[in-house]
Design a binder for this molecule. Structure first.
Ligand SMILES: [Zn+2]
Length: 243
């Protein structure tokens, strides 16, 4: 398959899988708050594992440019949160939210997915097999992440089908950024360590600022730490077996 088509197909799979996050709501109107915590922890662990796997694959090319890229990635997330005034926003509020809250959540989620798109583009540039692995890991990660988003949207009275559609729409940025990153690195290979660092900085910072903070209150410190660590470990182990 043409490598750009491969990037398009697998990043589209990663985006579309967000629709599966709506499945628990077919049987229940609301899910227990502890499930939201665990969904956040699972999403966080899968994200950390994928970030680790990609950074290890590209570590020998990074050093200074990578570290500077990571600084830029963290700065990008910090800056976008600041501009959108979402830096300390509770992303899991199920009640007592103003009319702008739904838009803020969708904006935060779209920016979040954009960084994952950069990570997929970088992984595909390092090695197509690694890129496919990363895209599938993000596809699985998008399921619990979309469950949390659907819980918030459902609490705002949005129909399940529309909530699932919005969850997928917030991942269109993932597809776009995966393709743009892959094309840019193909055109200017010296961008690779910068983009690699950017993706790593953004992903690790995102995990700490978005899914994790609220999850500790939702499901307890120990279970969140365990679910996050085990999910991360499974991604790293699977990558080790498949290499
Ligand atoms: Zn995500």
């Amino acid at each position: 398959m043409n490598p750009t088509i491969t990037v398009l197909v697998y990043s589209s799979i990663a985006a579309a899988s967000a629709a599966l996050g709506a499945i628990p709501f077919r049987w229940r109107d609301r899910i227990p708050i502890s499930w939201i915590g665990w969904a956040n922890a699972l999403a966080a662990g899968l994200m950390l594992g994928t970030a680790y796997v990609i950074v290890v694959a590209g570590l020998n090319r990074m050093v200074l440019a990578g570290a500077t890229g990571a600084f830029l990635g963290i700065g990008f997330i910090y800056w976008t949160h600041m501009i959108a005034r979402t830096e300390d926003l509770d992303l899991n509020k199920l009640d007592e939210t103003g009319p702008e809250y739904g838009y803020q959540i969708l904006l935060v989620q779209s920016l979040h997915s954009a960084s994952e798109g950069v990570a997929i583009g970088v992984a595909m540039s390092l090695n197509i097999g690694l890129g496919i692995f990363a895209a599938i890991a993000f596809a699985i990660h998008n399921v619990p992440e979309a469950t949390v988003l659907c819980a918030v949207l459902r609490a705002r009275g949005i129909r399940l089908r529309d909530a699932a559609g919005l969850a997928v729409m917030t991942n269109v940025s993932l597809i776009l950024l995966a393709i743009v990153t892959f094309a840019l690195i193909a055109a200017v290979p010296s961008l690779l360590p910068w983009a690699l660092g950017f993706a790593m900085g953004a992903l690790v910072y995102l995990v700490m600022v978005e899914p994790l903070p609220e999850s500790y209150q939702q499901a307890g410190h120990t279970s969140i730490a365990l679910v996050t660590s085990v999910a991360m470990g499974i991604v790293v182990l699977l990558n080790g077996f498949l290499r």
